[in-house]
Design a protein around this ligand. Structure first.
Ligand SMILES: [Zn+2]
Length: 608
C-alpha cells in the first residue's frame, strides 16, 4: 500500500468526530454516491490547442440521498477556480494527491442544493487527453484532440464522480477553433459551423468513463440509416469502405439481444496514435485506423465495440474488479455477430486466436497468479493493471462453456433477459452469480456441476473444462507450416484465399527460432514486410526482431513511429529491448511523443 493512499483510506474511514464506516463500493473513486450523487451534467467548455487545456464550467444536478453536507467528486490534475451553488460560492478543498487516484474534491453544500457548478481547467499534461500536432494527423494541416477516459482518466479532464456505478445524462457546449469540428459520446453535429461552437445532448445516463470528446478537421459520412463515420477528409472514403457493413452488424446485434438503446451508432476514426483498437463511447465508437486493412478483414473490432452497446454501456460492471462482465460478454457477443456476418468457421478462427492470447497471458502472468481470476482484486492498484486478456478471453470461454452446456437457444433467452432486466444498471460478479443461478442453472443441476462457475471466477489459470475449438482452416495452415519446416517450397502452399486470421495463425505458429534464411524466403514469397495489414505486420515483426532480420528494420521503425496502439507496441518493445536495449531506447525516445499516456505508462516500465 502506498503511503498517501493509506493515509487517505484511513482519513475516509475515520473522520474527526469519530469512526465512520466507509460505504464506498468502488475503491477507485473518492466519491460517495450513496450520500450525494450526480444525475445530470451541463458542461460548458473551451478547447484551447495553444495551452493544451480544456476549461470551463461543469454544472451538475445532484441528488442528496441522506441530507449530506458534502458532495465529493474525483479530480486529477484539475485546477479548481470556483464552485457555486444557487448563485452562492461554496467552500471546497482537494484532498492530498494519490499517484493513482488523484484527488477527492470535497464541496460543502446546503442540504437542499439541487445544482453545483465547478469552474475548472485541465492540466496541460492531462492523462486522458492527447493533443496531436498537425504532423501527427492524416491531413497534416490541423491539430487534433481526443480523450480516453476509461478506466479512471475522466477525472483528468472533468471533475466527476468517476465510478462505473454512477450514471448521469449530459448536455454540453464546446468551443473549438473555427476550422475544426467537435464530436462527443452524444447526439452529434454532422457539419462544421463558422463559430466553432457545438452543442451536444446525451439523454441516456452513462458512467464517467464513457465521457468522450474528439476535435479535428472532421467530415461525416452516412453508412446506413442509423450508422455513420467521422474522419479526416483524407481518410473518410477508405473508412467508409472498410466499415460499410456496420448497419448490417447493428441489425444482426438487435435481432439477437434486443433493441439498440442509443439511437445512432456512429464511429470516429482517430489518428494512429490512439492507444486502443476501439473505445465503446456510446453513440460514437472511437476507432484506430490500424484496422483499415483495405479488405474489411479486421472489422470484428467494430462488432466488438458495437456489442459493448449492450454489455458494458447498458449493463455496466460495478467496479473495475468486475471488468470481465464488460469484456467477456462483449467478446462472446462480438463472435456471435461475426458468425452471422460470415460463418461458424470464421467465428471459430477468432475464438482460436483468442485462446492463443489467453494461454499466452496465463503463461506470462503465472498459472497461479491472482490476476488470472475473472474476479479481480485491484485495491490500491491502477485499474489498468486488470485490463489483460483474462477478462476478455477467459470471460469469453466461460460464456462459451455455458452456451455449449445449456444449449444456444436457452443461453440466448437468458442473455436477452439479462440485458433487458439490467439495462442502465450496474452488475457485479456476485450479483451475476446469483442471477444466472436463479434464472438458468438452479433448474439444471447437471449443467451447473459441469460448468463449475465459481472455479472459473475465483480460481487461477484455465479450468480443465475449457471448451475445445476446432478449425479446419487453421488445420490447413498448420499443415502448410509443417510442409515448410520439412523443406518443401513455399509455392506449394495454397494461401490464395487465406484471411488475415489464417495469416496471423501462420505467423504465430512458425517456429520462434526460424533462421534468417527462412525469414528471407517467407518475406520473398509473401511480402510481409510491406504488408498494409497492421495485425500481420505486428506478428511478423515479432519474428524479425529476435532473429535480427534487417530487411524489416525500416518498416519496423516506421510502424513504431506512427502507431500508438498498446496491443502492438508492448510485445514489439519487449522483443526489441531483449534483443538490443540501446536500440529500443533510441526508437522509444523518438516515438514516445506520438503515444497516448495509456501506452507510455506501460512502455516506460519496459524500455526506460
Ligand atoms: Zn471491449
Amino acid at each position: 500500500m502506498n503511503k498517501i493512499l493509506s493515509f487517505l483510506v484511513t482519513a475516509l474511514l475515520f473522520t474527526s468526530c469519530g469512526a465512520k464506516k466507509d460505504l464506498r463500493v468502488d475503491k477507485h473513486s473518492f466519491s460517495e454516491p450513496h450520500n450525494v450523487r450526480t444525475t445530470h451534467l451541463d458542461l460548458d467548455v473551451k478547447v484551447d490547442f495553444e495551452t493544451e487545456r480544456i476549461s470551463g464550467i461543469a454544472n451538475y444536478t445532484i441528488e442528496n440521498i441522506n441530507g449530506s453536507k458534502e458532495l465529493i467528486l474525483d479530480a486529477n490534475g484539475l485546477r479548481i477556480d470556483k464552485v457555486t451553488s444557487g448563485g452562492k460560492d461554496c467552500a471546497f478543498k482537494l484532498t492530498e494527491k494519490d499517484s493513482i487516484l488523484g484527488q477527492g474534491l470535497i464541496i460543502e453544500i446546503e442540504k437542499g442544493a439541487k445544482q453545483v457548478a465547478i469552474h475548472y481547467q485541465s492540466a496541460p499534461n492531462s492523462k486522458a487527453l492527447q493533443w496531436l500536432n498537425p504532423k501527427q494527423t492524416a491531413g497534416k494541416k490541423h491539430p487534433f484532440l481526443f480523450t480516453q477516459s476509461q478506466a479512471i482518466l475522466a477525472r483528468t479532464w472533468l471533475p466527476c464522480q468517476d465510478s462505473p456505478g454512477v450514471r448521469f445524462s449530459y448536455t454540453a457546449k464546446v468551443q473549438v477553433p473555427a476550422e475544426l469540428l467537435a464530436v462527443m459520446s452524444a447526439e452529434n453535429p454532422t457539419e462544421k459551423n463558422t463559430e466553432g461552437i457545438y452543442t451536444f445532448k446525451m439523454e441516456q445516463a452513462i458512467p464517467a468513463y464513457l465521457m468522450a470528446l474528439g476535435v479535428g478537421n472532421l467530415e461525416f459520412q452516412n453508412l446506413g440509416e442509423h450508422t455513420g463515420i467521422y474522419a479526416e477528409p483524407e481518410m473518410i472514403e477508405k473508412a467508409a469502405y472498410e466499415f460499410a457493413e456496420t448497419e448490417n452488424m447493428l441489425e444482426i446485434a438487435e435481432s439477437m439481444y434486443g433493441k439498440y438503446a442509443w439511437d445512432r451508432y456512429d464511429m470516429l476514426l482517430l489518428p494512429p496514435s490512439f492507444p486502443f483498437g476501439g473505445m465503446e463511447n456510446p453513440r460514437l465508437t472511437f476507432v484506430t485506423p490500424t484496422i483499415l486493412a483495405g479488405d474489411r478483414s479486421l472489422t470484428a473490432l467494430i462488432a466488438h465495440e458495437l456489442a459493448h452497446s449492450w454489455s458494458g454501456n447498458l449493463v455496466t460492471n460495478k467496479t473495475w474488479d468486475d471488468f470481465w462482465l464488460n469484456e467477456g460478454f462483449t467478446v462472446y457477443f462480438e463472435r456471435r455477430i461475426m458468425e452471422r456476418m460470415e460463418d461458424k468457421d470464421y467465428a471459430d478462427m477468432l475464438a482460436l486466436l483468442g485462446k492463443q492470447d489467453l494461454e499466452r497471458e496465463v503463461e506470462s502472468l503465472g498459472h497461479n497468479h491472482k490476476d488470472t481470476h475473472l474476479k479481480l482484486d485491484l485495491l490500491q492498484r491502477d485499474p489498468d493493471d486488470g485490463m489483460t486478456d483474462i477478462a476478455y478471453e477467459k470471460g469469453f470461454f466461460l460464456l462459451r462453456l455455458i452456451e455449449e452446456t445449456v444449449g444456444r437457444k436457452q443461453f440466448d433467452f437468458f442473455l436477452n433477459n439479462y440485458f433487458t432486466e439490467n439495462a442502465f444498471k450496474v452488475m457485479d460478479t456476485e450479483e451475476f452469480i446469483v442471477y444466472i443461478n436463479e434464472k438458468l442453472l438452479d433448474t439444471d443441476i447437471e449443467a451447473k456441476e459441469k460448468i463449475r462457475l465459481e472455479e472459473w471466477i475465483y480460481r487461477a489459470g484455465i479450468p480443465d473444462n475449457c471448451p475445445e475449438v476446432n478449425s479446419t482452416k487453421f488445420k490447413n495452415v498448420d499443415n502448410a507450416i509443417h510442409s515448410f519446416e520439412k523443406g518443401y517450397p513455399l509455392a506449394n502452399i495454397n494461401s490464395a484465399k487465406w484471411s488475415s486470421h489464417e495469416w496471423l495463425h501462420f505467423l504465430r505458429k512458425l517456429p520462434k527460432d526460424s533462421s534468417l534464411k527462412d525469414l528471407k524466403k517467407l518475406d520473398t514469397a509473401f511480402e510481409f514486410t510491406t504488408s498494409g495489414n497492421s495485425e500481420i505486420l505486428n506478428a511478423w515483426f515479432q519474428l524479425t526482431i529476435p532473429t535480427g532480420y534487417k530487411a524489416a528494420d525500416n518498416a519496423l521503425e516506421d510502424f513504431l513511429m506512427t502507431v500508438g496502439r498498446r496491443k502492438f507496441l508492448q510485445p514489439l518493445y519487449e522483443a526489441l529491448y531483449m534483443k538490443d536495449p540501446l536500440r529500443a531506447k533510441r526508437i522509444y525516445k523518438n516515438a514516445r511523443e506520438n503515444y497516448h499516456s495509456v501506452s507510455t505508462q506501460t512502455l516506460d516500465a519496459i524500455v526506460l
